[in-house]
Design a protein around this ligand. Structure first.
Ligand code: ACM
Length: 547
């Protein structure tokens, strides 16, 4: 009796245990962010083991190697990448017949026997890999080996492609310098969210952050300010401002920039560099006073807000800036080069004899048209090199340059007007995409921010194709991006607190089908996604606010 009970009990317990594990694995919620176009979950799981091989055709080999590298730290497996094989495989292939999925779409099929990834281009295979990572237990995001985890993947079929070609985020490294390692982490997180555009704000009044070989003073002097204003300056008069007395600065060498561009390229992220002109120029003018209007010796700006220092419109300054853009183009293969154009205060041009004679000589109406002329010169220059100028929506005011694309930040009006004039547009309106704005109405518990109120749900519900845009012009809306201006974010932790999870919501706005939007359902997936971000050591804001 005892013998038979024993012989029955042990296998039964093991079977029950196995069944529970299986049920647990199958019940694991599939929570891919951004939500795929089509996803069906089937019975069963695929087990990733040290014997699993990644089989790829020649065109898919770089993505296969990248996936093997991404799955290695947590599993401890060095998954072999080869061009033929069967058994337990992840099978990755470029298939031109799938062109209907677009430049970035993919198919992902997981069965108990194999994983298959198919895409018309390598970007799609990369995104299939990002979905696969999100189907694995979240420990896959650990940097160090995790023992005792079953690396199971639920059986699914995914058919997926993005809604918009421009899905991005802007990081302001002018107001506060952000270390290169953080920029790389930021790009990794964009890629995890299937975002493909990193807009790198590299110059501003408070600091010039990119080494330019021809003009070394831009970073020797322009990358450093002697101190920084303390607290929110809103409504304060000049005499009430206090300063921290601590120098702040830093810059990216050209090697740093090349490293960032290559790191991003491997992750299918395009880096759009921004060199601000003609406004937000004080750091550059502090480095090279001949670029200014007044002859006054300036220092790198130590406070926030819009200041009056603007590049002069002389031919020598245009040449200087085109030299800068030439070096920028050598470093950044991006088709789009951002030349700012926002908040260019015209008072100095109004009282400058040089600017006024330029207006006369060119037969322009006023200073707005002078900015239009300035932008057109940059547009012609960039176009002649096979690139395209993109600028903030102020570039519409002096007559839009023929090839320019517009980034609409002061609401959507500029973007709508530009799209209707057949110019390409990236929607970046303050009310929905400014992640430097507060995330809660109760500011008392939040870290100091610039103002405003853009909670997660507002970002999630943003619709980039404004209803005023006639359907035949909708194709000019390239997409949308979120903005991280860093006046009030001195640390990388603070940037992350402002960025996540609102950036996850914008990823969904720009990738997922409009008709699939469902905020409560997004929140359920987000709960799982936030655990991933935790594992990745991201300082995101908790959904119920700061603790
Ligand atoms: C901006 O926020 N000044 C583009």
């Amino acid at each position: 009796m005892i013998w038979s009970l024993r012989s029955f009990t042990l296998p039964a317990i093991l079977a029950l245990f196995g069944f529970c594990l299986l049920a647990f694995a199958q019940s694991r919620q599939v929570s891919i962010v951004p939500k795929p176009v089509l996803l069906t979950v089937q019975e069963g799981t695929f087990h990733l083991t040290p014997e699993t091989a990644i089989v790829a055709d020649n065109a898919a080999l770089p993505e296969a190697r990248q996936l093997s590298r991404q799955l290695s730290p947590a599993t401890g497996f060095a998954l072999e990448v080869k061009t033929a094989g069967d058994g337990s495989v992840i099978d990755m292939r470029i298939d031109p017949l799938l062109n209907k999925l677009g430049e970035e779409g993919y198919l992902l099929t997981v069965t108990p026997k194999s994983v298959s990834m198919r895409a018309p281009k390598s970007a799609g295979l990369f995104y299939a890999g990002q979905s696969l990572r999100q189907l694995l237990p979240q420990a896959i995001f650990r940097e160090a080996r995790v023992s005792g985890t079953e690396w199971t993947i639920p059986c699914v079929h995914v058919e997926d492609y993005p809604r918009f070609p421009w899905r991005g985020a802007m990081l302001d490294t002018g107001r506060h310098f952000m270390p290169k390692e953080f920029v790389l982490k930021f790009i990794d997180l964009l890629a995890l969210h299937k975002m493909n555009s990193f807009h790198w704000h590299l110059t501003d009044d408070q600091g010039w952050r990119l080494e330019i070989k021809k003009y070394p003073k831009l970073t020797e002097g322009g990358a450093w300010r002697k101190e920084t204003v303390v607290g929110n300056i809103e409504g304060k008069s000049q005499k009430d401002l206090t300063f921290d007395g601590t120098p702040h600065g830093g810059f990216y060498t050209q090697d740093d920039a090349r490293e960032v561009v290559e790191y991003a390229r491997a992750r299918h992220v395009n880096v759009v560099p921004e060199i601000e002109m003609p406004g937000h120029a004080q750091a550059a003018i502090a480095a090279y006073p001949k670029l200014g209007n007044t002859g006054e010796k300036l220092e790198v700006f130590t406070q926030w807000g819009v200041d009056a220092n603007i590049f002069n419109p002389k031919e020598s300054t245009i040449k200087f800036l085109q030299d800068v853009l030439s070096e920028v183009m050598e470093l950044f293969p991006s088709r789009y080069i951002h030349t700012g154009g926002d908040e260019a205060v015209k008072t100095q041009w109004k009282s400058s004899p040089d600017a006024q004679s330029r207006i006369k000589e060119l037969g322009l109406k006023d200073e707005e048209e002078l900015q239009g002329y300035f932008t057109r010169r940059m547009d012609e220059f960039l176009t002649s090199k096979g690139r395209r100028l993109i600028g903030w929506d102020e570039i519409l005011e002096g007559g839009l340059a023929p090839n320019a694309a517009v980034m609409s930040w002061r609401g959507e009006k500029g973007g709508i007007a530009a799209a209707k004039a057949s110019h390409d547009v990236v929607m970046a309106p303050t009310d929905y995409t400014y992640l430097d704005y507060y995330q809660s109405k109760d500011r008392s518990k939040e870290p100091l921010a610039i103002g405003g109120y853009v909670p997660l749900e507002v970002v999630y519900n943003y619709e980039p194709i404004a209803k005023e845009i006639p359907p035949e012009y909708a194709k000019h809306i390239l997409g949308s991006q979120c903005q991280l201006w860093t006046e009030y974010m001195a640390t990388t932790k603070h940037v992350e607190y402002m960025a996540y999870p609102r950036l996850s919501a914008l990823a969904e706005v720009t990738w997922s089908p409009r008709e699939k939007k469902d905020y409560p359902e997004f929140l359920k997936r987000l709960e799982v996604h936030l655990k991933r971000l935790s594992t990745l050591d991201v300082n995101y804001r908790q959904l119920d606010g700061p603790k």
